[in-house]
Write a protein that binds this ligand. Structure first.
Ligand code: DOR
Ligand code: ZN
Ligand code: ZN
Length: 391
């Protein structure tokens, strides 16, 4: 098969360190099969499936199931993230070593959706992860500062009468865990950085030699809390959409490398959990099929990154953070590659119902966005082309 690519951009396949595929437990909102199709259509060749499934991915049996199902579907490499604690309860360390040595070869651990609150658990998890050559991914949130919080603490929340979610709830945990990681000599990855203050903390930690990396979501790069005026729960997410000054600081930090990479935090939800009162709605947004276009809008159109830079933040850096052996390595002649082909001049209108995901909770509904994935290739096999996933 010969692919014509004149005028198009060829990049290494994208790597997403942070997706929720909902299997096992919530297959009414996403499965490994539908999430894999969404990933292939978004240009991804590897995704990291978060541990907050039901049951929780806190043992070898579950991570091996997720890994095997990803292989069976065959559209994207699905790497399970192991839970740090048993059942996300935050009190008992899970068997990290067993998961690392299982067939799933787990190299990233997290308690997403219920962050590692207890500093002693965090300290021990970092020590284990160092021994296992793994990384701890932290959803940085001090829960005692976010009780009842509904929106970014600031002018908009005050005007709308929503209880505020202070930036310090994120920044204090990032600072704490950078100190613990440095003490343990371990690698720490900060999920979905959302405030300008967190960027300052990361800069400080990196300057003093902490092995810390960080991701930003497409929605925190593009969207801000002034969208909350309509009380549409599609805009509800954890951490919340922040102020315009935060989004600007995040774009700058991604361009400079203080924030290493883009990760979607792809979070499918059922209609009844989004089509309801703001306060009752679940937090989270779809991301896999819009990530490239939102990065093109916020980073490429603004001149902050060129396409080479997009390869860095969407493929090479995330692959390095997760320790993927093959991604980004120079290939031998004739060796099958992970690639994504992009039409940089395309414009398209987002329609959540047309996505491969079962859920349709995209905050970008109706927006016209630049750049489209034309084709995705996993180890030399086409996994998506012209808007259709294969297999
Ligand atoms: O918005 C979010 N959705 N943030 C999280 O931490 C969890 C995630 C989910 O699982 O829906
Ligand atoms: Zn999270
Ligand atoms: Zn998440």
């Amino acid at each position: 098969e010969v692919v014509q690519a004149r005028g198009q951009v060829l990049l290494p396949g994208f790597v997403d360190l942070h997706v929720h595929l909902r299997e096992p437990g919530r297959e009414d909102t996403e499965t490994i099969a539908t999430g894999s199709a969404a990933a292939a259509l978004g240009g991804y060749t590897a995704v990291f499936a978060m541990a907050n499934t039901d049951p929780v991915a806190d043992n070898a049996l579950i991570v091996e199931h997720v890994h095997a199902e990803g292989k069976r579907v065959g559209l994207v490499d699905v790497h399970p993230v192991g839970a740090v604690t048993v059942g996300l309860a935050g009190v008992k360390l899970a068997e990290l070593g067993t998961m690392a040595k299982s067939k799933a070869n787990v190299r990233m651990f997290s308690d997403d959706g219920h962050c590692v609150h207890d500093p002693l658990i965090m300290r021990r998890a970092l020590e284990y992860s160092k021994a296992l050559d793994a990384v701890i991914a932290q959803h940085a949130e001090e829960p005692r500062l976010t009780v009842g919080a509904q929106a970014h603490e600031g002018e908009n929340a005050a005007r709308l009468g929503l209880q505020g979610w202070p930036a310090a709830a994120e920044e204090s945990i990032v600072a704490r865990d950078c100190l613990l990681a440095q003490h343990a000599g371990a690698r720490l990855h900060i999920c979905h950085v959302s405030t300008a203050g967190t960027v300052d903390v990361l800069r400080w930690a990196k300057d003093r030699g902490t092995q810390v990396s960080a991701e930003v979501t497409p929605h925190h790069l593009l969207l801000t809390d002034d969208r909350l005026d309509t009380f549409d729960p599609v805009n509800k997410v954890n951490p919340p959409l922040r102020a315009a000054s935060d989004a600007q600081a995040l774009r700058q930090a991604l361009a400079e490398g203080v924030v290493d990479c883009v990760a979607t935090d792809h979070a499918p939800h059922a209609v009844q959990d989004k089509d309801c009162e703001w306060a009752a709605a679940r937090p989270g947004m779809l991301g896999l099929q819009t990530a490239l276009s939102v990065v093109a809008r916020t980073m490429v159109e603004t001149g902050l990154l060129d396409w080479r830079g997009v390869a860095r933040v969407m493929s090479e850096r995330p692959a390095a953070i997760a320790g993927l052996p093959d991604q980004g390595r120079p290939l031998a002649e004739g060796e099958p590659a992970n690639l994504v082909l992009i039409d940089p001049d395309a414009r398209w209108t987002v329609r959540g119902r047309e996505f491969a995901s079962i859920a349709d909770n995209t905050p970008f509904e109706g927006m016209e966005l630049p750049a489209r994935v034309v084709l995705t290739m996993l180890r030399g096999e086409i996994t998506a082309a012209d808007g259709k996933a294969r297999g």
